[in-house]
Each structure stands twice: as structure tokens, then as C-alpha cells.
Design a protein around this ligand. Sequence first.
Ligand SMILES: [Ca+2]
Length: 425
Amino acid sequence: MKRVLIPLLALASTALAQEEAPRAAPTPGDTREFPTPRYIEGQSWEARPPEKPDDKPLFPQQTRAPYRKPVATRTATITDKLHLPWAIAFLPDGKYLVSEKFPGHLRIVAPDGAVSEPLAGLDALTPAKKLGLLDVALAPDFARSRRVYFSFYQLLADRNGNTNLAYGTLDEAGNAVHGVTVVFRGLPLDAVKNYSSKQGGRIAFARDGSIFLAMGDRDGNIQADYDAALAQKLDNHMGKILHLTPDGLPSADNPFLKTAGALPEIWTYGMRSPQGLAFDPRTGQLWETEHGPRGGDELNHIQRGKNYGWPIITHGIDYSGKPLGAGITAKEGLEQPVYYWDPVIAPGSLAFYRGSLFPQWKDSLFVSGLRGMGVYRLEMKNDRIVAEEPLLNDLKTRIRDARVGPDGALYVLTEQKALLKLTPQ
Ligand SMILES: [Ca+2]
């Protein structure tokens, strides 16, 4: 029955699906169905029970905020010729700088959909086919410096390898990045196995030009060694948000500079698999989304030195179906997520709306959903989520990144190949 309903809904939703949107299949191997959300104003789109039946929010609307659709959108496909795109940055000339995860390439996409050859200059990082590329971001002084930052990992033996940060100088005419320099390498260098692709990698620039970098916990062994969780120990970069100078050094205001045994780059800890990191343009505050266990994806307000709880407190259960640790969702001294998803959407990114193209979206943030096969628009009021609207679920494809362009349009990367642009209908 479901297979009959999906095409009908896709036709009914907007004109987008019929002509312009790609028809990418879900990622091979991910055969789990994601239900079509229910679109009822004032009720959550989510109708499934929580993964752990007795799981409850700690305050009203910590999860399942009511659905609200303030505006209709139109979707255009700029290109569907990318390969595993991970992130997009907006160049001042109107083109798009896109990273492709594996093998790691940077490409420039023109507004007419022309896709460049891979930019030269990344070969010095690691042998070909060993490079995994994650985020890409323009330096705040890009107009003058032409500097771009990107995060990457190296595939070492047994799929080990940690997340690193580099910069280089973009030469658009030469289709190259010159002077590629690695400014930060995550510790341990040969991190435990690349379980579940929990590499982190998202970059966010603060107003002062310093850099925040998300690092996944890489911890595939939580069940067996719960008390030794990497995310709770300050002697490694796993399961942390880091704060760095533009040269990759610890920022002078970091909270653990004088803590014996602590790595000086750490800003917060107790994260699981963060892939969304963004500043609220109104408040200047930092926010994060992370992949949780089965039933525990989170949106967090990131504050200096705090512990976000993984794996001591969490919603949901382990992917094996077993409980996690003591099975608790709150503990003194550990931060609560501002919002969580149970069942999960697998959040790939986070972006705040800025711009005037969609005045109805002025209080919105956007979270891409991999497992959730859509983009999730959240409305925020006084740092709480008051409404949630799934977008693009009719494409039935995993969504990697969603960013707001300088023109106020919403740009979306599907996990497999496409760059989409959403404008008002
Ligand atoms: Ca948490």
C-alpha cells in the first residue's frame, strides 16, 4: 500500500517532483523505510512510538513540536552530477564550492549547473583514494585572502583515522587550491575504527574569526566499555566541540587550558556524532545537531565548558536494541538537548535562516535528515523549538546538507548526487 501512496503524494505536493527533482534511490544498504510524515497543522508530523516506550521529554516541546507550514516552496535541480557531496559554500561570484566525501574532491558548480573537474592541490594531503573530505567553508576574510578551510580524514589501516582541518588559497581561474596546509590534526591520530562514519567535521566561524570544529566520538564499543567512553574523557578529541584560532591552535579563552591531562582545544564534551554546527545570527550563540543512538538525535545549545552527556544520559536505546548504560535521560551537571528526535532522522547539518527571500522563515533553522530523507525546518522562539516542518520528503532520498545562500534561497545536497535550490513558489 505504501508503495502506491508515495507517488501519489509526490504528485500532489508541488510541481517540483514531476520535472525537476532527482529520483535518487536511497543509499544502497539502507533498506529501512522512512514513513511519509503526516502533515496536520498543529500536530507533530511524527506518529510513531518512541524507541523506548517509557521515554518522555524533560520539558514541553523538547520533541515532536507541532507541524506548521508557513509558505510553499519551489525546488529546482542545479545539478545531479555530483558524487557523494558533503558540504556547500557560497562564492562571492555566485558559484558554489562543493566538497565530495570520497574520494575527496572539491569542485566548483556554476549556477547553470556546470560542474568543474576536481580542484588540484589536495594530493599533498594523503595518497589518492585515501582522502575523505568533509566540510568546506570560506574564511571570513575570503574576499581579500581567498582562503578556504576544509576538514578531512585519512583512511588508515582497518579504516582507522581521525578528523583534521586544513586551509588553502582558492584559485578559481586555475581550478586549484594552492598552499594547502594542515593546521589541526585530531588526537589520537590513529583513532579507533571509523565506526558508523562518526567523523564529525563540521566547521563554524565565530564573529571574531575563530573556528569551532565538531568531532565525532568514533566509539564503536560503548556497550562493552561504557565507563571508558571517549566522549567523557578530556585526553582525546573524540565526541567534542573544539575551538581553534585561524591557525589551528587552541583559542585563548578555552575552558580546559589549565586542566591537567586535558587537551587545550576542547570547548565542550559528551557529544556523540555531531555533524551540524552553526551560529544563530541574531544572538551570536552556537548550536549543534548530533546523531544519537536509536531514538536520541539532538539539537544542543553549545556553551563553553559544558558536558552534553553522551553516553551517560541519552534518549533512546542502542542500535542493537539493548538499553544504553543506566538508561537515564537526565543527571545533575549534564546538559539537556533543547530538542530531540525519537525515532531518529540522522541529522546531517544545521543552518539558521538569514535573508529576506522567505520572510516567513525568519525564525527558522534547517536540519538535513539522512535517515529522515528530508530537510527539517524548526521554528525557534526564546531558544525553544515551537514548530517543525518536514520538507522534500517526497524525494525519498537521504539529505546531506542544507544551507542558506546569500540570496536567501535554501540550498540542499542530497547524499548521492544533487544540488537543489528552494525558492518561494
Ligand atoms: Ca546529549
